[in-house]
Design a protein around this ligand. Structure first.
Ligand SMILES: Cc1ncc(COP(=O)(O)O)c(C=O)c1O
Length: 382
């Protein structure tokens, strides 16, 4: 392990930490499907494994790799990003005050505004990208968790992770970061002071649009970490064995995929900025984008593969543009090798921060000229 610590994250990912099966010398971990494990004759469980809902050897390598990439102390795989994210809140107590951003993944925002409040959390949504608003909103001793997402769906708003960590810790709260769009390739929130990192593994970690998964990584083995583990075991929101195996396979190419998506997204953002049918490009890699400087500080080697464009001729033209693309696929989700596009206000409905003329783009790994030409023809035809 000490030698592995010196290897670059790309190497750790490509080799899934260099794992070799001690019995067969295989370089790919086996798929463990057993739901139960035999007790020792003296009634103990010395293997540490008892039942599939609490634990699964098919998780080990993916969790260990993610922990290494995020510089954490432990990771947990969940059955979806939502299962992982909601566990972060369910590990609190009714009555606890929680701060969350106004711009964030819409399904979690809805869960916080409805179910979490119904359960008793005191959830307050603020302009998280404004450090002064955050400092003013924290209630020392009362605020237990600050949730941020950076870059945040669907406007790609940037929050300063180090500043948010300072605000959280000064009030005795934890900072949790939805780092789905940044991935560990670009940002390591724990190294910037965060306490918990969450990913929808459905997106970049897996990268092939063929499974749902969620992950949590923490920087400390404490009572909060133990509560997260119990929530996964008791609520049963764990990942399946095959999905864990696929997730690890996807993570082997994480660095290649994310770097290509970043390079293509930067090129497209710059070209779209000059397009006559686009009134605005929302991409943290553009120098004029609010939050660009913070993003440049906390995102290494790229600004991600996600951006949004606003279509000059309004909502109907945006929807027509999405109808006319062929290389881009008209579908929700993000972070796969194939480029996706969607009219975000249609997905999010009431309460969305997405203007009606906005198309959300997930840039994949196709030839960037094909992506540009396809969207260009769709914009001009619409
Ligand atoms: C930023 C972000 N966080 C969380 C989620 C939820 O993840 P899942 O769909 O895997 O439950 C998503 C899904 O789109 C997302 O984009």
């Amino acid at each position: 392990m000490s030698e592995q610590k010196k290897l670059a994250p790309e190497t750790l990912a490509a080799q899934a930490l260099g794992w070799i099966d001690p019995t067969t010398k295989a370089i790919v971990p086996p798929l463990h499907l057993s739901s139960t494990y035999v007790r020792d004759e003296d009634n103990q469980y010395r293997s540490g494994r008892g039942y599939i809902r609490a634990d699964n050897p098919s998780f080990d390598q993916a969790e260990a790799l993610l922990t290494a990439l995020e510089c954490g102390t432990g990771s947990l795989l969940f059955g979806s990003g939502m299962a992982a994210a909601t566990a972060v809140f369910l590990a609190l107590k009714p009555g606890d005050h929680v701060l969350a951003p106004r711009v964030m993944y819409w399904s979690l925002r809805n869960w916080l505004a409805n179910a979490a409040r119904g359960w008793g959390l005191d959830v307050e949504f603020i302009a998280m990208e404004d450090p002064a608003a955050l400092r003013a909103a924290v209630r020392p001793g009362k605020t237990k968790l600050i949730w941020i997402e950076t870059p945040a769906n669907p406007l790609w708003t940037i929050t300063d992770i180090a500043a948010a960590a300072e605000a959280a810790h000064s009030a005795g709260a934890r900072l949790a970061v939805d780092s789905t769009a940044a991935t560990p390739v670009l940002t390591r929130p724990l190294a910037l002071g965060a306490d918990v990192v969450m990913h929808s593994g459905t997106k970049y970690l897996n990268g092939h649009s063929d499974l749902a998964a969620g992950t949590l990584t923490v920087g400390r083995d404490d009572d909060y970490w133990q509560r997260l583990k119990s929530i996964r075991a008791q609520h049963g929101g764990m990942l399946g064995s095959f999905e864990a195996w696929l997730l690890l396979r996807g993570m082997r190419t994480l660095y290649l995929r994310v770097r290509q998506a970043c390079a293509s997204a930067q090129t497209l953002a710059e070209r779209f900025s000059k397009h006559p049918k686009i009134s605005a490009v929302l991409y943290p890699g553009l120098p004029g984008f609010p939050g660009h400087e913070v993003a440049a500080r906390q995102m290494a080697s790229g600004f991600g593969g996600m951006m949004s464009i606003r279509v000059s001729d309004g909502e109907a033209a945006a929807i027509k543009t999405a109808a006319r693309v062929q290389v881009w696929k008209r579908a929700t989700s993000l972070g796969g090798v194939e480029s996706l596009m969607e009219h975000r206000a249609s997905v999010e409905g009431a309460g969305t921060p997405a203007p009606p003329d906005l198309l959300r783009l997930s840039v994949g790994v196709e030839a960037v000229d094909d992506l540009y030409a396809d969207l260009d023809q769709a914009l001009r035809a619409a």
